[in-house]
Design a protein around this ligand. Structure first.
Ligand code: NAD
Length: 313
């Protein structure tokens, strides 16, 4: 696939444009709001120049949707998360996009079936959901609708790998996809612990940033437990399965995040980050991400080559 159309050039669309452009693909940008695609173009160009990205990257701002998608191989729709926008937009894409091209949506929460059912070419539609910002975070969730052609899933995953992303494929539509289901389990427990006065917001945050998250930065929960028992995951499950079963029963009471609870969590967060400092803190987060993604690449390479001293007891 050579030509990519980004439809909707806001937060996520602009970041997607950088992902495809730095991989040397041709990128067409279209946004309904005047000036939005130009702004995305400028910021992607700036980033490519700053990072020594490919000079050959061809990025074009299209003045209409027709021209943006006319010759494309793949569309990454990144319009706002509203069905009253996505439905008519996908109706138009259905008629404008070449029949062999793939139409992927960045939607965070809707299944593709919610806005592609009546389309003539619905077999080429699916969700390719990034974690924001995709130019820094490689994971993408690929979620087919019931009618998505398996070859479309295959080709989308291959494209993602080719541009340096890390695709995970879900077998079918499910609320929250994979990442938000995991995040939901953790957030549910985090709010519960604070609501019940067991620990503070900062304690929960540090349990992840100074604890679980250090391993999760380069391995998932299954590999973590596989390495946490001498004989591996089966032994871990034999030893600790009953404990986790008890915990799961205690956690099986979904709760609202009440206004009082949210106000308390916000009050505690503001002790560390003032409301006026949130934007600066986001920039700090992105700087950390940039450095850590690079450090991770180097660390994994060094560790695979036998570098670094193991510090096991
Ligand atoms: N922001 C995130 O953290 C995040 C993460 C993952 C996925 N997503 C998903 O990505 C999509 C875009 O989110 P965002 O945060 O970039 O939104 P955004 O509001 O920043 O950008 C949306 C852009 O789409 C444009 N637009 C509106 N209607 C359009 C149309 N008919 N045709 C073309 N462009 C149109 C808007 O002018 C705007 O520039 C949503 O589906 C969202 O759920 C967002």
């Amino acid at each position: 696939m050579k030509r990519i159309a980004i439809v909707g050039c806001g937060t996520v669309g602009a970041s997607w444009a950088l992902v495809f452009a730095r991989a040397g693909l041709e990128v067409m940008l279209f946004d309904e709001a005047p000036g939005a695609a130009d702004r995305a173009h400028e910021s992607v160009r700036g980033r490519l120049d700053a990072d020594g990205g490919p000079m050959t990257a061809k990025i074009t701002v299209a003045d209409c949707l027709e021209r943006a998608v006319a010759d494309c191989d793949y569309v990454q729709e990144s319009a706002p998360e509203r069905l009253e926008i996505k439905r008519p937009l996908h109706q138009r894409l259905d008629t404008l996009v070449p029949p062999t091209a793939i139409v992927a949506s960045s939607t965070s929460g809707f299944p593709a079936s919610a806005f592609t059912e009546p389309l003539a070419h619905r077999r080429r539609c699916l969700v390719v959901h990034p974690i924001n910002p995709p130019h820094l975070i490689p994971l993408v969730e690929i979620v087919p609708a019931p009618w998505t052609d398996p070859s479309v899933v295959e080709r989308s995953a291959a494209l993602m790998r080719d541009v340096g992303q890390s695709p995970v494929r879900l077998s079918r539509e499910i609320n929250g996809f994979l990442v938000n289901r995991l995040q939901s389990a953790i957030l549910g427990e985090a709010f519960r612990l604070v609501e019940d006065g067991i620990c503070s917001v900062d304690d929960v945050d540090r349990a992840v940033s100074d604890g679980l998250g250090l391993r999760w930065f380069f391995m998932g929960p299954f590999e973590t437990i596989d390495l946490n028992a001498r004989e591996g995951i089966a032994e871990y499950c034999r030893n600790l399965g009953p404990m986790y079963r008890t915990l799961a029963e205690e956690q099986a009471d979904p709760r609202d995040w009440s206004e009082t609870l949210v106000a308390d969590v916000e009050r505690q967060r503001r002790l560390y980050t003032k409301a006026d400092d949130l934007a600066a803190r986001r920039q700090w987060r992105d700087r950390c991400l940039t450095l850590l993604v690079e450090a991770k690449r180097q660390a994994l390479g060094n560790a695979a080559a036998g570098g670094g001293k193991p510090t096991d007891l």
